[in-house]
Every structure is written in C-alpha cells, then in structure tokens.
Write a protein that binds this ligand. Structure first.
Ligand code: CAA
Length: 257
C-alpha cells in the first residue's frame, strides 16, 4: 500500500513510520489518521514485524491536529462525527510502538507521542498542549495522558498557559524515557526498536498490557492481572526457550509461540 502522508519502511522486524506533511509541520488531519490506522492494523497482523517506530522531521514530530481542517467545524459536526474518536483505535495496537520525537510535539502531536508506549526525545524536542490559545483544549487525550505522565501541577500549567517544555524538562517530569542528541535520534531509536523487536513477541504484548493496566485499574486488580499474565506466559514455548537459553549461557531464539 502507498501512503500520501506517511513514509513507511521496514528495517528487519521494525516498521519505521515517518509522518510526512512537511509543509504543515506534520499536522494531523483525517488522512494521517486513516493512514496510521491502516499501518498499525497491518503491523499488528504481520508476525514478522515486532516493533513500530513513529517519528517526524527534524523540525516537527507533529505541530498538532490540523487547525485548517478544524477551523470551520462546529459542535454538530464534531459531535455527530465523534471527532478524534478514531485515535482510540490507534491506541488499541497490541504490539510495541515507540515515538522518536525531534522538534515540536504540540497539541495532537504531543498526544500522539503519548499514545505510543514510550517516547525517545531528541535534545531539540519541545512538548506542549497549546490548544487553549485556540479556544479549545486537548481532544486526543492530552488532559488525561499528560496528567498521568507528569502530574497535575505541570499538566495544568501546560494546558492553562500553553507553555512548551523542552526535552530536559520533559525527561525530568517523566514524559520521555530518554534524551538523545538530535543527530543520533534516528539511529538510536532504530537500535532501541530493534532491541524490543528481538524480545519474545508474546511477552512484549503481555508486558505492554501489564504496564497499561497500571493506568486503568486499582493496585490489587493490577497485581492480579500481572500475575495471571505471568502465569499464562509460563505456557509459552518462548518462556521455555528464554529460560533454557539463560541457563545454557546462549542467546534465545523466539518464535512467538
Ligand atoms: N495545523 C495546521 N497547519 C499547521 C499547524 C497545525 N496544527 N501547525 C503548523 N501549521 C502550518 C502553518 O499554518 C504553516 O503553513 P503555511 O506555510 O501554509 O502558512 C506551516 O505549517 C509552517 O508553520 P509556521 O509558519 O507557523 O512555522 P513556525 O516555525 O513559525 O512556527 C509553530 C511553528 C510554533 C509550531 C507554529 O506552527 C504553531 O504554533 N502551530 C500550531 C500549534 C498548535 O496550536 N497545535 C495545537 C493544534 S490543536 C490540537 O492539536 C487539538 C488536539 O488536542 C488534538
């Protein structure tokens, strides 16, 4: 399949997706959403692909939802069309997804990065939820995911003032996993994605589900869920292989069974 707003490349078991609307700083319009959903569906369905890496340009991961697309949209159209609800499908991708962010990740761009499982940031990255300046607020999860990531004080300040935070502040606040020099971002992110892709694939899905459960459940329920997934993984061939490989001091070879 060919895409107009994305570049999609395979690097062995890593699907590298680059947002590609340079003239609009990768603003997220309906076409970007539709194409991302097609890519993630194909990725989830392909047993040979084990990690998805989402990135943008040096200047912008994405500067937000497409303001030009939303400018004429009133309440009736937004409500009837359940505008933005399609992004929930993106978050239902079962296999790992990493965001590699350089430059602006604003509004929907910050929200899209947060929909991925973790964020690697170039030292040029800037995150913000400036929607208030447009008379709205976050609509793709920013008020919820940002608050869970950085806490109420910083999330509230960012949403109420539109202030951007740089990579250092984002790392200190727990929004990003790691900062990388901008020139090394792509290579470092591909290396990290390859590391994830080399993991036992069922365990990768289960680890993602466990961590995500921490945001959806109370502690006792989350711990019980984690244990059940652990018990289930004990039935996999990859668990037998992983533990034998450790004991025999060799690399494991995982099949996803
Ligand atoms: N939507 C549509 N077009 C956008 C855009 C957006 N979010 N962000 C940038 N662009 C376009 C600009 O209109 C401009 O296009 P033209 O050349 O046709 O005029 C082009 O990208 C380059 O942008 P600038 O000239 O503004 O570039 P700059 O370097 O001077 O500024 C910027 C960069 C600070 C990121 C600035 O573009 C900006 O403030 N963008 C909007 C950021 C924003 O408000 N994002 C939130 C959107 S709402 C949202 O995301 C809702 C939600 O919760 C999902």
């Amino acid at each position: 399949m060919t895409y107009e707003t994305l570049l999609v490349e395979r690097h062995d078991a890593v699907t590298l997706v680059t947002l590609n609307r340079p003239k609009a700083l990768n603003a997220l319009n309906s076409q970007v959403l539709a194409e991302l959903l097609a890519v993630t569906a194909a990725y989830d369905a392909d047993p040979g692909q084990r990690c998805l890496l989402l990135t943008g340009s040096d200047k912008a991961f994405a500067a937000g939802a497409d303001i030009k697309e939303m400018e004429a949209m009133g309440f009736a159209a937004a409500y009837a069309g359940n505008f933005f609800a399609g992004w929930e499908q993106f978050t239902r991708t079962r296999k790992p997804m990493i965001a590699a962010v350089a430059g602006y990740a604003l509004g929907g761009g910050c929200e899209l990065a947060m929909m991925c499982d973790f964020i690697l940031a170039a030292d040029t990255a800037r995150f913000g939820q400036p929607e208030i300046k447009l008379g709205v607020g976050p609509g793709m999860g920013g008020s919820q995911r940002l608050t869970r990531a950085v806490g109420k004080a910083k999330a509230m300040e960012m949403c109420l003032t539109g202030r951007m935070i740089d990579a250092e502040e984002a790392e200190r606040a727990g929004l990003v996993a790691r900062i990388v020099p901008a020139a090394a971002l792509r290579e470092e992110a591909l290396k990290t994605a390859a590391l994830v892709a080399a993991m036992p694939p069922l365990a990768a899905i289960a680890n993602k589900e466990m961590v995500n459960a921490a945001f959806e459940t109370g502690l006792a329920q989350g711990l019980a869920y984690e244990r059940r997934l652990f018990h289930g993984l004990c039935a996999t061939e990859d668990k037998a292989e992983g533990m034998s490989a450790f004991v025999e001091k060799r690399a494991g070879h995982y099949t996803g069974r």
